[in-house]
Design a protein around this ligand. Structure first.
Ligand SMILES: [Zn+2]
Length: 179
């Protein structure tokens, strides 16, 4: 089932999401619907608040081709920078909730990621790097009400200010901001 993606200006995107206490079949189904929604929108990551559910659930799939899909479902993910030498890495990001905006964001290059999979097994991944690290940081930010446009340069904010304003306005007029 394709879900509706909330966009910039929706209040749910600014809420801190609740931990998942029990991984029920309904929540696993939600995760699969999130994956389907993400694939259709050509995204590589999606957090539950983006589809109107304020819970700590994220899906990620960095594969580009349909026959190479490697979906990852993360309940209660936590991500933090690894200790030691860990310079920030800057790369371009976008977000399904902030359409048509791409801008550079600096993030830790090496992270420690923990989560529970759909079977409730605890997964502990050390020294995660590259696109998976960036995506995990971006999605866990969503669970804390943080959007990538909060982290872009003042110059990039200025360039995209009118697009952002339009999104907020669109949400106000349709009443979505109250959802
Ligand atoms: Zn996003």
């Amino acid at each position: 089932m394709i879900l509706k993606i909330s966009t910039y200006g929706s209040s749910i995107l600014r809420k801190k999401a609740e931990p998942v206490k029990e991984i029920t079949p309904a929540l696993v189904e939600l995760a699969h619907n999130m994956l389907e929604t993400m694939y259709k929108a050509n995204g590589v990551g999606l957090a539950a608040p983006q589809v109107g559910k304020s819970i700590r659930l994220v899906v990620i799939d960095l594969s580009k081709e349909e026959d190479e899909r490697t979906p990852v479902i993360l309940f209660n993910p936590e991500v933090k920078p690894e200790d030691g030498e860990n310079p920030l890495v800057t790369d371009e990001e976008g977000c399904l909730s902030v359409p048509d905006i791409w801008a550079k964001v600096s993030r830790p290059g090496r992270v420690h990621l923990t989560y529970e999979n759909e079977k409730g097994e605890k997964i502990d991944m050390r020294d995660v790097t590259g696109k998976f690290a960036r995506c995990a940081l971006h999605e866990v930010d969503h669970l804390n009400g943080v959007l990538f446009v909060d982290k872009i340069s003042i110059a990039d904010r200025a360039v995209n200010a009118s697009k952002l304003k339009r999104m907020v306005k669109g949400n106000q007029s349709s009443g979505n901001s109250a959802l």
